[in-house]
Design a protein around this ligand. Structure first.
Ligand code: ARG
Length: 482
């Protein structure tokens, strides 16, 4: 279809076609309802292409100037919601090009020289995604920062650490928060690495085989900031691959899916911790809802929804993989289906990160720099839960090992002590020394200092362990990194 026929598409077709497209097929094949979101990238790509065409003397300076003026005006129209998007014009690319031609005549028709929508759309999606990755990275850093603040004020707060969701050993609540800082740090790394492969130029590959015009692709890449760390242009090196590659979209969605895994693990814990059985935390009321029938209830809707939305992003990843599977080279219209999953992945992830940042860290008043809201920790409930579960049993075993008992025998002795404590409905540190010594005579009065939660925490001072000194070091490390 030529640009001359664009506006007439609904009424008549070129000589090649015997009948017009039905309304249903038009709706089915058109993408403008969602890909108009790419307008900024489309204009940016077109400006860079036109600049290069002029530089290479493929179009005249006056045509170039008309194109620039026209595209700028179109940008304003779209920005001000004055642009008339036409379903008949199929997608964002044809809509903008048709309007440009309407505005500046033949110059508009020359913009598409040496270009195809196939390399154009691949370029647009990459430009758009690059900006989104930058925003997501900022949001991730902000969220990590908030988690660090929560950690900083809770270094001495002790909770039970779990394995198999059974009380295992006492840990600091800050240590638990820092575990998530690590996860989101890896997410950040992944997005950074994906960005390198997103930031590469397909434009200049034309429909599939390259073009007969003397294009300078590296110039376009430089104009669009598609350069590596040394400033060298990053250009897709095979035209067939360039127009059909969507690896970058799969990789991005995969990184997003993994980030949502982390969000959903955190969500699950928040839901558990909020339940009456745990009672470890409270979230601000604005992140919970009541029940229409049970007046006492506050439901953790936000973490629950986030847990659910993880599934939706996994679905998009599966959708994109399936979309690409078995596509023959080069471009196929299947690829138009890459956009909605990508868009929704970006929207879901960004909203989730924003809301989690505020839910966990609260809001900082820009005037006073005072934080309010955020997760509220029930220090007493955490401590009681840690005391209830014989969480210092390992410390007792380690104590016996220090007194010379082999670890396996120590394990056995402590199991007996725990059983005794259970029978007497007492905590480990409530058992009298005589009863402890009856099970193993190596035990002496000094045992009580290792049976406290604080003693247990302090003892775990290996790198990455939960001792407060280690945690403070990790907080400092992250502060420097961020
Ligand atoms: N709207 C199309 C897409 O998203 C643009 C490329 C169309 N190319 C084509 N040869 N029909 O993929």
């Amino acid at each position: 279809m030529s640009i001359n026929q664009l506006d007439k598409k609904s009424q008549s077709w070129s000589a090649l076609f015997a009948e017009p497209m039905s309304e249903l097929v038009k709706r089915y094949t058109s993408s403008v309802s969602f890909d108009k979101r790419l307008w900024r990238a489309d204009i940016e790509g077109s400006l860079a292409h036109a600049e290069m065409l002029e530089h290479q003397k493929i179009i005249s300076t006056s045509d170039y100037q008309d194109i620039v003026a026209g595209l700028r005006r179109i940008g304003e129209e779209i920005h001000n919601n004055q642009f008339d998007w036409k379903l008949d014009l199929e997608d964002v690319h044809l809509n903008i090009e048709a309007r440009l031609t309407q505005m500046v005549g033949d110059a508009g028709k020359r913009l598409h020289t040496g270009r195809s929508r196939n390399d154009q759309v691949a370029t647009d999606v990459r430009l758009w995604l690059r900006d989104e990755i930058d925003e997501i990275s900022d949001l991730l850093k902000q969220f990590q920062h908030s988690l660090l603040e929560v950690a900083e004020t809770n270094v001495e707060v002790i909770m039970p650490g779990f394995t198999h969701l059974q009380v295992a050993q006492p840990i600091s609540f800050a240590h638990h928060m820092l575990a998530y800082v690590e996860m989101f740090g890896r997410d950040l790394d992944r997005f950074r690495e994906v960005r390198v492969r997103v930031n590469r130029l397909p434009l200049g590959s034309a429909a599939l085989a390259g073009t007969s015009y003397p294009l300078d692709r590296e110039r376009v890449a430089r104009t669009l900031g598609m350069v590596d760390k040394e400033g060298a242009p990053c250009v897709c090196q095979n035209s067939l691959d360039a127009v059909s590659d969507r690896d970058f979209a799969v990789e991005f969605t995969s990184a997003a899916a993994l980030c949502m895994v982390h969000i959903s693990r955190m969500s699950e814990e928040l839901v558990l911790w909020m339940s009456q059985n745990f009672g470890f935390i409270k979230l601000s009321d604005r992140f919970t809802t009541g029940s229409s029938i049970m007046p006492q209830k506050k439901n953790p809707d936000v973490p629950e929804l986030a847990r659910g939305k993880a599934g939706r992003v996994f679905g998009h990843l599966m959708g994109l993989l399936t979309l690409m599977k078995a596509q023959p080279l080069a471009y196929n219209k299947d690829n138009q289906e890459d956009k909605e999953p990508l868009f929704d992945t970006v929207d879901t992830l960004k909203d989730t990160l924003r809301i989690f940042d505020e839910m966990m860290g609260g809001q900082v008043d820009p005037k006073t720099a005072i934080r309010s809201g955020g997760i509220q920790v029930n220090v007493q409930a955490m401590k009681e839960a840690a005391l209830k579960g014989y969480a210092t049993a390992t410390d007792l075993a380690d104590y016996l090992v220090r007194k010379g008992l082999p670890f396996r025998d120590a394990h056995e002795a402590v199991a007996k002590i725990v059983r005794l404590a259970q029978e007497l409905k007492k905590g480990l540190s409530d058992l009298p020394i005589a009863q402890l010594r009856a099970i193993n005579p190596l035990i002496e009065e000094d045992v009580y200092s290792v049976l406290t939660l604080e003693g247990s925490l302090n003892a775990r001072a290996t790198l990455g362990g939960t001792a407060p000194g280690q945690i403070r070091m990790q907080i400092e490390r992250w502060k420097k990194l961020l």
